[in-house]
Design a protein around this ligand. Sequence first.
Ligand code: GDP
Length: 381
Amino acid sequence: MTDKIRNIAIIAHVDHGKTTLVDKLLEAGGAYGAHQEVTERAMDSMDLEKEKGITIKSKNTSIHWNDHTINIIDTPGHADFGGEVERVMKMVDGVFLVVDAYEGPQAQTRFVLKKALAEGLHPIVVVNKVDRDFARPSEVRDMVLELFLDLDASEEQFEAPFFYGSAKNGFFVSDLENDEQKDMIPLLQGIVDSVPAPEAKAEEPFRMLVSNIDWDNYVGRVALGKVLSGQVQKGDNVWLLRKDGTKVRSKITRVFEYGASASEDSAIAAAGNIVGISGFEDIDIGETLALDEKAEALPFVNIDPPTITMQFSINNGPFAGRDGKHVTSRAIRERLDREIKTNISIEVSDAERAGVFNVSARGAMQIAVLVETMRREGFEL
Ligand code: GDP
């Protein structure tokens, strides 16, 4: 099983075609039923993200193709989301760099690409939109190679395969002049050939590091991560090893794989696969799930400390309550508590004045996104 899995992250500048690309790969892998229409875009699922065109949370898409499972994990493009980027990089072995065939690589992707190369991941360069007027794929190839040099890519990374094509038109090839431009298969084959299978120990007891938290309306909190060893399925009892050393045993209520916009029920969480597991109410990023109570908790990536702080408090001005429905400091506190559970790049503490909270993050962008999300949820600004 493990040798049929490929885990890759995807890095793309806004608008270079990441969403279209992932949707076309899903179609090619047959993830959508014949009568099902591709109505929703798989990657951009947060509303705010759609409008601002930025990727905030990392998300998964699983593609099944030719008995392979290919997990594609989205990466946030902005350096402010460093915590998430690092966690994604630890789960994958390869990385897609999607670049517009006219614009070439952009500064915004530099930070994440640098992390990916430093982590030793195998890159695949996808030069998209070759159908555009003034597309200049070979110049863009040189620009990408220059960037690789600049970011200290290893010799092997420098030899990364390049694919050229158009996500919109549904084809990619490695040789634009000579290959037939017909489908997405060369790209899927390219992933299978150039990205190694995950390192995972199928024979050892189940262990997984929780790398992200998701929410499902039916089962509640879903712990996302790569299964490092063993396998589990719905109904199995596993231990949650907490960061503070406490342990809780619980039954797995569901195992998820992420295909398209809906998360499908998958029977088994096998070694090497990236899955979601539900059944733990209070599970957190950085904790370990293990079959064996005596298993050691897995080490967790350290996150750079926050660099900027903003105070959140209730509106005590004369116009309070006019344009928000959540106006109490308790509501703010609860909302911030929820945020820190799924977003470990943010820290919240009580300020000296009662009802005022210090929210710290690694950058202004991250705070701006939180403020805007809360405003839309009905908090008063
Ligand atoms: P994302 O922001 O990286 O997720 O990019 P999207 O997939 O949303 O694509 C951005 C825009 O580029 C959309 O209008 C797409 O229709 C368009 N697009 C995507 N792929 C291609 C392509 O191969 N050729 C052309 N001409 N446009 C494309």
